[in-house]
Design a protein around this ligand. Structure first.
Ligand code: 4AD
Ligand code: MG
Length: 427
């Protein structure tokens, strides 16, 4: 039976077989030490000539790292070995003897991105990708438990929700299509059937931003809820994020610790989050040494200053309507501002944009005309306000930014296997 590397210490004295890739090789006298990695960890094997025979011993001593192998032998507890046990090999099978591996120590970031397809095998990337899987699963788990339906939005569209400038356009049988910037508008259409829905899909932005938090293709979780105002919208966000973080702390603190995250800090991320009005946020940013003008979107630095002043995520509410998307409902209690909130977190800044949507037909038409939008392209969206419209709200969580926050990853590109940025389309 195949044993995981992470399980061998429980098999003291037993015969096991492990399989994986050579992570390290070291020769000490007549002994060859091979450290083998699989998806869950590493285990050390010692290959002695008298135990495996001359031929296998020679193969082990000449092997390159990253060759794929199957090793059988007896487990012996050994404090010095990684994981606290070692396998005394009786058999070594080289499945594919690799060539000299191109990744050695101290290589530039750019080179590691060039050989991303190989760098994904590194320990850090392994931990991040495992954590990513669990984070996404927990987000889905919470939504499922609250009776949200996952729906499948189109990636090819004519109606971008977030303004025309950042759209990737492509030729579409004599017409022009765009890669979707957000699935929100399609989510809105589906609440009239399913009430609470979400999309988990890529969004594309032709943004010329070279920052540690921008990708041109990112994964976007966008819940949309009938009968929910902005207050309930924020409560859903608090609960959803706290659930995913709580589960990561509870079940995968080894991954967080392996990546250098402070688990105690993450334990404190519980509802209620902090809340601040946009007007007060501008003042606060400037008190903290920023230079933010009222009526502007906060820049990355402003967001980091503001988020850093709270030990929890903070909702920044009621932005001036001129700087926000056409679909956000004006706040009757604070005219000139919209019923929205961006959620900012320390170290990353904005991870969520959300709002209550305009659900009245006339209000939407007026706003779209003011914004000089192409009514024809959005006719189907406007139509939704004609046949039994309801108050509704929703939000978009950038999955990679959320992962950066939970795992304390320095650059957004390391939260996704094959990052797409302005300067990178390969591998
Ligand atoms: O604030 P945004 O643009 O909002 C929307 O797209 C709405 N339609 C969401 C909704 O209400 N359904 O994007 C939402 C989130 C941001 O807060 C950020 O986390 C992420 O998407 N995001 C990006 N992540 C990585 N790279 C980029 N270029 C991103 N642009 C947005
Ligand atoms: Mg935003």
């Amino acid at each position: 039976m195949i044993c995981r590397t992470s399980e061998i210490s429980k098999q003291d004295g037993k015969e096991v077989t492990i399989r994986g890739w050579v992570y390290r090789q070291r020769i000490l006298g007549d002994n060859v030490f091979l450290v083998i990695r699989d998806a869950f960890g590493i285990a050390q094997c010692v290959i002695k000539k008298d135990a495996v025979g001359e031929k296998m011993h020679k193969e082990a001593s000449e092997i390159f790292i990253e060759s794929s192998v199957v090793v059988s032998g007896t487990v012996k507890k050994d404090e010095r070995a990684p994981g606290g046990a070692e396998i005394k090999a009786t058999k070594l099978e080289v499945i594919s003897r690799g060539e000299a591996f191109p990744i050695q120590k101290d290589l530039s970031e750019e080179y590691l991105l060039d050989v991303r397809h190989l760098w994904l095998r590194s320990r850090n990337m392994n931990l991040i990708m495992r954590a990513r899987h669990h984070i996404v699963n927990y987000l889905r788990e919470w939504l499922d438990s609250k009776e949200f339906f996952e729906i499948a939005p189109p990636m090819l569209t004519k109606a971008g929700g977030e303004g025309g400038a950042d759209m990737f356009e492509l030729e579409y049988f004599g017409d022009t299509a765009s890669l979707t910037q957000s699935s929100q508008l399609y989510g809105e259409a589906m609440i009239f059937s399913l009430e609470k829905v979400y999309t988990l899909a890529p969004s594309f932005r032709a943004e010329k931003s070279r920052t540690r938090r921008h990708l041109t293709e990112f994964w976007h979780l966008e819940p949309e809820m009938a009968w929910h105002g902005q207050k309930e919208n924020e409560e859903v966000q608090e609960q959803l994020l706290s659930y995913a973080i709580g589960k990561m702390v509870e079940n995968h603190s080894d991954l967080l610790q392996g990546l250098g995250q402070d688990v105690e800090k993450m334990k404190k991320v519980k509802p209620p989050f902090a809340r601040i009005m946009y007007d007060d946020a501008v003042e606060k940013v400037n008190e903290l040494g920023g230079k933010m003008k009222h009526g502007n979107d906060p820049g990355t630095e402003d967001e980091l200053l503001l988020a850093g002043a709270f030990d929890k995520p903070v909702f920044v509410k009621n932005y001036p309507k001129e700087i926000k998307a056409f679909y956000m409902r004006e706040d009757p209690d604070h005219p000139g501002t919209v019923l929205n909130a961006d959620l900012l977190v320390p170290g990353v800044g904005e991870i969520i944009g959300g709002s209550e949507r305009i659900w009245d037909y006339n209000e939407l038409m007026e706003r779209m005309n003011q914004s000089k939008m192409n009514i024809k392209t959005y006719q189907w969206y406007i139509d939704l306000r004609k046949y039994g419209s309801v108050p509704h709200s929703g939000f978009g969580l950038g999955i990679e930014r959320f992962i950066r926050y939970i795992l304390n990853v320095e650059h957004i590109r390391d939260t996704i296997p094959f990052p797409r940025t302005m300067s990178r389309l390969e591998p």
